[in-house]
Design a protein around this ligand. Structure first.
Ligand code: B12
Length: 214
């Protein structure tokens, strides 16, 4: 579809105006927000990643693509969050220490909100200590951590260890995700679950809290 292609191209070329216009037009023609994310936006960012790896794109191009992605996501967020009723389940989410990538984390947060969960977003570069403080103060049922860099993955384990030291680990379920993360890694560091995408994250929260949540 032409609009979906425009959205893909807008993000790929870092053209925020084009991406936004294509998003608005696609929504007006009845496209589902999640389809736009999965069929145009995520594939565009994947291609941006491939071009970066091939040294055809550099950090400025990444930033422009990320800005275009964010602009479109801003339009979709209220629609994703509008569905579903609020449930008595609180989810804390953040990108781990040293890591500034937040596009995937924001999609997961929006999907969780759209599924009716209360979401507390701690942002990016969240230290283990900040996760612990937020768990103490906000008493979430689930902690979601995102990492996009192999060098920041160990911060997930450090956060789980910090929760254990603070005596809080048994009070929360811990989910992890992000491109370099895997189910195997989740098991190795003692997380309760891993998903490769935002839909899976929502399903996991539901499964993990089945029987516990209101
Ligand atoms: C955009 C981008 C940036 C932007 C980020 C902007 C932003 N606000 O997020 C900017 C330009 C800032 C950036 C910076 C850097 N980046 Co960068 N970046 C990317 C890029 C191209 C896309 C990431 C993205 O948004 N993907 C789209 C989203 C939708 O996918 P996602 O994040 O994976 O999220 C999905 C799933 O993983 C999952 N998920 C995500 N989080 C969670 C959490 C939970 C709990 C669950 C269940 C699921 C889940 O659901 C999401 C939705 O489906 C990737 C390449 C790639 N293909 O991944 C490189 C990439 C991640 N970056 C990379 C690098 C090297 C860097 C820099 C070091 C570059 C530099 N030299 O400065 C810096 C590091 C800055 C820092 N300290 O964090 C490398 C990492 C290599 C590695 N193995 O560690 C990559 C892989 C590029 C590459 N191929 O080399 N980057």
């Amino acid at each position: 579809m032409a609009l979906a292609n425009d959205l893909y191209d807008g993000i790929l070329n870092g053209d925020a105006k084009k991406a936004r216009a294509a998003t608005e037009a696609a929504l007006a023609s009845g496209a589902a927000p999640m389809d736009l994310i999965q069929q145009s936006m995520v594939p565009a960012m994947d291609e941006v990643g491939r071009l970066f790896e091939a040294e055809e794109y550099f950090v400025p191009e990444l930033l422009l693509a990320a800005r275009a992605m964010k602009g479109s996501l801003e339009l979709l967020k209220p629609l994703l969050a509008a569905s579903g009723q609020k449930m008595a389940v609180r989810v804390l989410i953040g990108t781990v220490k040293g890591d500034l990538h937040d596009i995937g984390k924001n999609i997961v947060a929006s999907m969780l909100e759209g599924s009716g969960f209360e979401v507390i977003d701690l942002g990016t570069d969240v230290s283990p200590e900040s996760f612990v403080t937020a768990v103490e103060q906000r008493k979430p049922h689930v902690v979601c951590m995102s990492a996009l860099l192999t060098v920041t993955m160990p911060a997930m384990k450090l956060t789980i260890d910090a929760l254990k030291t603070a005596g809080l680990r048994t009070q929360v379920k811990v989910l992890i995700g992000g491109a370099p993360v895997s189910q195997q890694y989740a098991e190795a560091i003692g997380a309760d679950g891993y998903s490769e995408n935002a839909n899976g994250a929502v399903g996991l929260v539901k499964v993990l809290l089945a029987g516990e949540a209101a």
